[in-house]
Design a protein around this ligand. Structure first.
Ligand code: DP6
Length: 358
């Protein structure tokens, strides 16, 4: 099923200009997307929480151009400074999506973007950045076509965000979302869909991100996905992710935290297992990542608290726990874990309601 067709609005009226601004959060996957084919089609389904605090804010100013050309006309600013590398990535993204936004060839854009989380914290900015950008483009399209339904607006935003970065398609919605064809109804390889009917314990679930190591990752996610083509365990892994998606969906309804933790921790270790069994192999966990995991297991055994870890494609550890246990868990983090964090840095985040136009 192709959800979104190329083509659409063109013939921008004279004098068309203005600005749109969105803030969009990052997300943390519980069932991991790792491996893709074709045009950003995931090899397996994933489920994630959209966060609240770790966001990208993106403003797009647009003006009708004097001359039409098929080359995007864009200036790109990152945190107030005209940006080279980031600008190039955005330029390529705009070129890639322009078949879905024919009006872009008639516009001049100035894009200004900033993150709320610290520079090179190891938090992926592609999910928040690409979703904010996709929503901004949709807002411009909506100005040209005010009749557009909200449902279509978000579906197309998710579709476009995916073309920028796979995980970004899940950030378009708040709460829990799933992306990739699975046993869940209406699931799609092209867009994410929100998971409704989840247990209230997850409405304000906490995610404390321990910043184990800042700085550029040694292997990018895009390269990591590519290595799944030759990973000998890939087929089994993709089948496992299918099962885990079905199972986690049930757990998210029941609110059984022990089952939640067992599945989510296994997913995190499997993701890193796939990295270690790729050719060439690589490892993004650091000694302090492993130390935190062992301390967490000991803490859980001693206290019976429901706190679990997950990892993204990096060394940072995400600690997941319910709001009702937050006071105790935070105390433990401050007492025992901040020594493992670079410059004692950690970010207190939680499940959020999704992006907002500002
Ligand atoms: C481990 O979405 O960053 O965070 O599609 O190449 O941009 P690209 O990759 P990206 O990969 C995310 C991988 C992950 C798992 C996940 O978010 O599901």
């Amino acid at each position: 099923m192709t959800v979104i067709q190329p083509g659409g609005i063109k013939n921008v009226p004279d004098g068309f200009s203005g600005k749109v601004k969105w803030e969009s959060p990052s997300n943390i996957a519980l069932v991991k997307y790792w491996g893709k084919t074709g045009n950003q089609i995931p090899a397996n389904p994933s489920i994630s929480f959209t966060l609240k605090e770790s966001k990208t804010k993106t403003q797009i100013e647009y003006t009708k151009r004097k001359e039409i050309s098929d080359k995007p006309h864009v200036r790109f600013f990152f945190e107030g400074k005209e940006a080279g590398q980031f600008g190039e990535k955005t330029f390529l993204f705009l070129k890639k999506v322009d078949i879905y936004f024919p009006f872009l060839s008639e516009l001049e854009l100035t894009i200004d973007t900033e993150n709320t989380f610290p520079h090179s914290s190891g938090i992926a900015s592609s999910a928040s950045g690409m979703s904010a950008m996709a929503l901004g483009l949709m807002s411009i399209e909506k100005k040209l076509n005010p009749e557009m339904s909200e449902h279509y607006f978000y579906q197309k935003a998710s579709f476009i965000a995916r073309l920028g970065s796979g995980s970004a398609c899940r950030s378009v919605y708040g709460g829990l979302t799933t992306w990739g064809e699975s046993s869940l109804s209406n699931s799609s390889n092209e867009i994410a869909i929100p998971l409704t009917d989840t247990h209230p314990v997850f409405d304000d679930f906490q995610d404390t991100i321990l910043l184990i190591e800042r700085g550029q990752k040694e292997v990018s996610s895009t390269v990591g996905h590519g290595l799944m083509h030759t990973n000998p365990y890939a087929k089994t892994r993709f089948a496992q992710a299918q099962d885990n998606t079905t199972q986690l969906n049930e757990i998210l309804k029941s609110g059984n935290l022990e089952e939640f933790g067992a599945l989510v921790e296994s997913e995190a270790l499997t993701l890193h297992g796939m990295m270690m069994t790729s050719t060439p192999y690589f490892m993004l966990m650091k000694p302090n990542t492993v130390a935190v995991i062992h301390d967490l297991w000991a803490y859980r055994k001693a206290t019976g608290n429901h706190v679990y870890f997950t990892l993204d494609a990096g060394a940072n550890v995400h600690l997941l726990y319910s709001k009702s246990e937050a006071e105790q868990v935070l105390q433990w983090i401050k007492n025992e874990l901040i020594g493992y964090c670079e410059n004692k840095m950690y970010i207190c985040d939680a499940v959020g309601h999704g992006p907002q136009a500002i």
